[in-house]
Write a protein that binds this ligand. Structure first.
Ligand code: ARG
Length: 467
């Protein structure tokens, strides 16, 4: 029989199937350690004038036992056997078993409503911090690869519309990828701060309490800036948890875009990337296959998390202020998003470390598709042509070269110079020269890429110091 936290006003027992339907225990077991922390702070809030020091000591002792049972893995089985509606009730039930009469006092002045809201914030802070660390570590390892590839001088044709556009350094592409993880790390840090602002504990079910709870002491003990201002709002506010889910989904969507490129690059038709055996998967039928499964799975996880996030958000639509039971579903949805996104983000970093670039092959394709045409046009502009005329002349040169099956060369620049009535025009005619000629901040020029690496590194150091 389930150990319920209510029942006095009923004369008939609950329907077992409906009780089981109403349980979120499997989904919220992951909150157990945070509930214990929250419960300890509540004991502190009660000690100020509701319970004796002796009872407080009993309660703390019992909660410490529960914490150990959670650590050892023994708690989950107990909670399941108790048939609890949620992890919060399961912990309360276990404390009542362990602390006898004192155990009956733990829930004084508390509702699961403020307990759930507070516990979810503690979980959000914890996961925001670990997600931030993962995002920073991934960014750092990508920046390190950028450093190596810049030193090696690896180039490729930068693409738009998936078509060759202009020559770039591979380091430049890697920095673009790292930027996304740095932004993700910033978002996780912001979520961590939001989740540490106000503490709902002591809000009771919705209206606060008639008992003299030390709310400020509990909030401080839990590392919040202050107790929440309005109990009705506090028990139904899921903003921080949803912000965390959102940040996770955003990070995964970014990762999925990188996955897509790495998947394409690892195909022999590209031959830019080799994924080490440890991160590759074979085929049960085709002996030659080496598949980039981790990147495909991360890409797919991003899509399913977008859907899950929409679902989590939708559980709040039209909910009246304060606690509604629907919020149990929000909680389960957020936890599932966070845990499943977190494993995908970890997997991405791990798989990325298994990537090696075929420098030779990549660099040898950097000029394919007339990627220096823009440099030719720029040279004409620098020598007095309007942008439109330069574009036309360089375009005509591409048509001519293409029909002859050759690259753009000096003869094309000379021909354009004749058309312009100019002499002695020089244009970068190789990918190396194109990259070397870039001079704007943020460009793929060697020096600028060096600046980007240094600046990203600074930001990562700064973010880590603030974490
Ligand atoms: N099991 C619910 C949850 O986890 C708590 C329900 C508390 N409030 C209530 N009035 N039933 O969100």
């Amino acid at each position: 029989v389930a150990q319920l936290q209510w029942g006095g006003r009923f004369t008939a027992p609950p329907d077992e199937s409906l009780l089981a339907f109403g349980s979120s225990l499997e989904e919220d077991l992951v909150l157990a350690p945070f509930d214990v922390t929250c419960s300890m702070a509540h004991v502190r809030a009660l000690r100020g004038g509701v319970i004796s020091d002796e009872h407080a000591a009993w309660l703390i002792g019992a909660l410490e036992v529960v914490a150990r049972e959670i650590d050892s893995g023994a708690f989950a089985a107990r909670a399941r056997a108790a048939g609890a509606e949620d992890v919060h009730g399961a912990i309360d039930a276990r404390v009542r078993e362990l602390a006898g009469a004192a155990g009956e006092l733990l829930h004084a002045g508390r509702s699961r409503n403020d307990q759930v809201a507070t516990t979810l914030l503690l979980y959000t802070r914890d996961r925001a911090s670990s997600a931030g660390a993962t995002a920073r570590a991934t960014a750092a390892s990508i920046v390190q690869r950028a450093r190596e590839e810049r030193d090696a001088g690896t180039m490729l044709a930068g693409c738009t519309h998936r078509q060759p556009a202009q020559p770039v350094l591979l380091a430049f592409v890697l920095i673009a990828w790292a930027e996304q993880f740095v932004r993700a790390a910033r978002r996780f840090a912001a979520v961590g701060s939001i989740a540490a602002e106000v503490c709902p504990l002591g809000s009771g079910a919705l209206a606060g309490s008639t008992l003299p709870l030390d709310r400020a002491g509990a909030a401080a003990a839990l590392g919040f800036t202050a107790p929440s201002r309005n109990a009705l709002d506090a028990v139904g506010n899921r903003d921080a948890a949803l912000d965390l889910a959102h940040s996770y989904v955003r990070a995964l969507v970014d990762a999925s875009r990188i996955c897509e490129e790495l998947i394409a690059w690892s195909a022999p038709a590209y031959g830019f990337v080799r994924l080490a055996d440890r991160a590759s998967t074979g085929s049960s039928l085709m002996p030659q296959k080496r598949n980039p499964d981790p990147f495909e799975l991360v890409r797919a996880r991003a899509s399913s998390m977008v859907g899950a996030y929409a679902g989590a958000l939708a559980t709040l639509c039209g909910l009246a202020t304060s606690y509604q039971r629907d919020l149990q579903e929000t909680k389960a949805a957020v936890i599932s998003i966070v845990e499943r996104s977190s494993s995908a983000l970890d997997a991405f970093g791990r798989a990325f470390d298994a990537v090696t670039f075929d420098r030779q092959r990549m660099s040898s394709t950097a000029g394919d598709g007339y990627t220096i045409a823009t440099d030719v046009a720029d040279a004409l502009i620098a020598n007095g042509a309007t942008a439109r005329v330069a574009h036309m002349l360089a375009g005509a040169a591409v048509v001519r070269a293409e029909s002859l099956g050759r690259a753009l060369d000096e003869s094309d620049v000379a021909e354009a110079a004749v058309q312009l009535g100019a002499s002695d025009i020089h244009a970068p005619l190789t990918p190396e020269a194109s990259i070397a000629a870039k001079q704007t901040a943020g460009s793929t020029g060697w020096a600028m890429v060096g600046d980007q690496i240094a600046s990203l590194q600074d930001e990562l150091t700064h973010l880590s110091a603030g974490a």
